[in-house]
Write a new protein. Structure first.
Length: 449
């Protein structure tokens, strides 16, 4: 049986979407709604969508298609689509899926409570998708994780990457004022959060749109002063904005985790130029060298696109060699997906799906080997872990993360079992390319602060 006051949400895409979903659920709870994990009992079903790749959009359309008969049986069910796909394809969604009640863009999603009630009253289609500046919402008590939280410091992006639809879906870059970031961080810590991850499409560009001297290193310095906060992370960084000052802040500020996510996208100068990334291979490797000079074992993750229009075998081999030379801890590797309203979608020399699939597999193999070699260097060491809770694959194992963002699992002890949010020391004993396996040494809570 469906309950009008129960809401079910499915989130696709990046961490920014996960944060938006959390903010929306918090708003819905304040209006009397209850979150459910069972979509069959929800009176409101929301899809927070992603448009970075076509596959994510196809999954949403598949879910929506399956809900058509459910809507016919339960006409009071409210179905909403929010986020980047809603921003980009509002008319298409309305025509293709007329049983959808509400379509809200990236700047209007917090209007959902009001529009749900209006939809129930009028049964008309509602859509709002402007790109007006978002007023930072005041967070309530709902957090999807009690110990770790996302905090948006930038919305939108000004970079001209030819493959990316984010400037179209989220608008120009706008930095959140420093005092608002600090206030929100303190509020999260007051709720029990010990780890905060700063989010932005180009988070290391923080403050550059305001032409002030308060950039990301200065923000990190201020956050580092917050009592009770134990870990600070930031993602995702654009190589052009990585500076020595930022890397030194990352390494030397006590609470900032030693980890950088710095997407390369390609190792080929020819592809980087077509992508309009704003740097070439030499500049990227100089950044890597500067980082390793400051901290030799800095964990660096990257992103790569295979099968970009015009990519030949030599271009692909340049990406292979970049992974091997940079020694990335990890890389997220994607097949190129043409996106509407992007310059790359109009380019000729399209690469076949078969070749893209093969290159994707080959690059994953290369990164897997490099990741394994990277992890092998840390075996036998004792490291601090922030516990996330039981492993999803095995409830008899506990899972957590190092400061360098490596996943570590270890056997669940019979007594004094660590819980989510605890800090423990673990000895690293085995590893595959994705995960460390270790043994609990002691609770770090007794030895820190």
């Amino acid at each position: 049986m469906r309950h009008p006051s129960k809401i079910y949400m499915e989130t696709f895409g990046c961490q920014m979407n996960k944060l938006d979903s959390e903010l929306l659920l918090d708003r819905m709870i304040s209006k009397g709604y209850e979150i459910t994990e069972d979509s069959t009992e929800a009176g409101v079903i929301v899809f927070n969508t992603c448009s970075v790749r076509e596959h994510a959009e196809d999954r949403v359309y598949s879910y929506l298609g399956r809900l058509k008969k459910e809507k016919e049986k339960n006409p009071h069910l409210v179905i909403a689509v929010i986020g980047c796909m809603a921003q980009l394809h509002q008319n298409r969604i309305h025509k293709k899926m007329p049983h959808v009640d509400i379509v809200l863009g990236t700047s209007q999603f917090l209007e959902l409570p009001r529009l749900v009630e209006e939809a129930r009253g009028n049964r008309e289609f509602f859509g709002e998708y402007g790109l007006a500046e978002v007023t930072p919402p005041k967070r309530g008590g709902y957090l999807s994780s009690k110990h770790s939280a996302f905090l948006s410091v930038i919305r939108g992006c000004d970079m001209p990457c030819t493959f990316c639809v984010v400037p179209k879906t989220r608008g120009p870059m706008v930095s959140k004022p420093l005092d608002l970031v600090i206030d929100e961080a303190k509020s999260l810590v007051d709720k029990g959060v010990v780890e905060i991850t700063l989010l932005g499409q180009t988070v290391d560009g923080y403050g550059k749109d305001t032409h002030r001297k308060l950039l990301l290193p200065q923000l990190l310095e201020e956050l580092n002063k917050i009592e009770g906060l134990r870990r600070i992370r930031y993602i995702t960084s654009h190589p052009s904005f990585i500076t020595r000052e930022l890397v030194e802040a990352t390494v030397y500020l006590e609470k900032v985790c030693e980890y950088l996510h710095m997407p390369a996208q390609s190792g080929s100068d020819r592809m980087l130029k077509k992508m309009k990334r704003g740097y070439n291979r030499r500049i990227y490797l100089e950044k890597i060298g500067m980082i390793r000079e400051i901290m030799e074992e800095m964990p660096i993750a990257s992103d790569f696109i295979v099968g970009f229009p015009g990519e030949d075998e030599r271009d692909f081999q340049d990406s292979v060699s970049l992974i091997e030379e940079a020694r990335f801890q990890n890389s997220f590797i994607f097949k190129y997906s043409p996106r509407p309203y992007t310059a790359a979608s109009e380019m000729e020399d399209k690469i076949s799906e078969e070749i893209k699939k093969k290159r994707n597999h080959r690059l994953l193999e290369v990164q897997g080997r490099v990741s394994q070699e990277w992890k092998n260097n840390f075996l036998g060491r004792q490291v601090e872990i922030l516990v996330d809770g039981p492993s999803k694959k095995d409830p008899n194992m506990i899972s957590g993360r190092t400061r360098g963002n490596d996943i570590v699992v270890f056997p669940k002890p019979e007594k004094d079992c660590p819980k989510a949010g605890d800090f423990v020391e673990v000895k690293l004993e085995k590893a595959n390319s994705f995960t460390f396996y270790g043994s609990l040494v002691f609770s770090a809570e007794k030895y820190t602060f």
